[in-house]
Write a protein that binds this ligand. Structure first.
Ligand code: PAF
Length: 331
């Protein structure tokens, strides 16, 4: 009798325990974060860190699902449009297409503007970066933190590049960015804007000769399989950014908004470290995979691309003065 009572008690405890575990609250929101590159890229590390931080700080009340490799769109412009339409909640990616949403973002597309990464982050994490990011709120997007894509370099399948004359005549995929296109045109290159999801096949089929991107992208997207030559042109620094749909952000509680901001900042610091390490490590990996790497005289490229300063300064209106401020702060 005593042992059967004991058995019933144990059974009741087991039922109560399984009920408690099973009743763990489901998230009140499940959000979609999209980016354009493979899971091996630093963006994915940053996106995962952001996800982990938000999920743990909200005790699982907000869940974030990360979709790499253009699963949510054909490329970065498409994903950002998804934020405006409310079909995608979060984006990690380059600012390359952002000039099409807020033209003052073109500020960061001027060639040879930044001296090194310290210069970049003094500007992005300072007044200028905060001001430019704040302009997005009117466009249905909210900026959370600056991440990193890196200094862009030219790759192609045809020949080694040491001078602008070597690049002339090549058909090069660019981002959907009018300033980048004008810069390449000035160098005698035929710029072909294209969504990132189409680039590998276009290179493989030879419909374009080359493209330009930072070393971590070139390696993690396996461009060495279709490109023989890499020239370290470092012609423009490509910032990355973590964005959230404004309507969604506005619907969060102040406490949740603070969690998003703090988590994005922490994830950005981590992502920059990962990206920087990849930039150093993957140069050797690209060589091992058969790429021939040249280090051109950058002064020649800089001189040949300066024309776009006069051509595009006007797009920035009164804020054209920020170009001079950035240049001065790098000296
Ligand atoms: O070239 C681009 O479109 C971007 O640099 C990429 C590869 C999508 C990463 O942001």
């Amino acid at each position: 009798m005593k042992s059967s009572r004991c058995f019933v008690l144990l059974l009741a405890i087991a039922v109560l325990f399984s009920f408690a575990v099973g009743s763990e609250a489901a998230p009140s929101r499940v959000l979609k974060l999209g980016h354009a590159v493979p899971e091996e890229n630093a963006y994915h590390y940053g996106a995962q860190r952001f996800k982990d931080l938000v999920e743990s700080k909200t005790n699982g009340d907000i869940q974030i699902d990360v979709f790499p490799n253009n699963q949510l769109g054909t490329g970065e412009r498409d994903i950002i449009e998804g934020l405006q339409l409310g079909t995608i909640d979060l984006y990690v990616g380059s600012t390359g297409p952002m000039g099409g949403f807020e033209k003052k973002f073109l500020l960061f597309d001027f060639p040879f503007l930044f001296k090194d990464k310290k210069h970049v982050y003094d500007v992005l994490d300072g007044e200028i970066g905060t001001y430019i990011m704040g302009l997005l709120d009117d466009k249905g997007i909210h900026g959370l933190a600056w991440m990193e894509n890196g200094f862009r370099n030219l790759t192609n399948a045809k020949r080694a590049i040491n001078t602008p004359a070597d690049a002339a005549g090549l058909k090069i995929r660019t981002q959907e960015n009018k300033l980048h296109m004008a810069m390449w045109r000035g160098l005698g290159v035929d710029p072909t804007p294209m969504a990132w999801s189409e680039v590998f096949t276009a290179l493989q089929q030879g419909t374009i000769d080359g493209q330009e991107n930072p070393v971590p992208v070139i390696y993690t997207s396996k461009l060495y399989e279709v490109q023989k030559h890499l020239a370290l042109t470092r012609h423009v620094f490509s910032p990355a950014i973590i964005l959230v749909a404004k309507a969604l952000f506005d619907s969060l509680t102040p406490e949740q908004q603070e969690i998003f901001r703090a988590s994005a900042k922490e994830a950005a610091i981590y992502e920059r470290e990962v990206c920087d390490k990849m930039e150093n490590d993957y140069l050797g990996s690209l060589k091992q995979n058969g790429m021939e790497i040249t280090t051109p005289d950058l002064a020649l490229f800089q001189e040949a691309s300066l024309k776009v300063y006069d051509e595009f300064k006007g797009e920035l209106g009164d804020d054209a003065k920020l170009l001079d401020q950035i240049i001065a702060s790098g000296k």
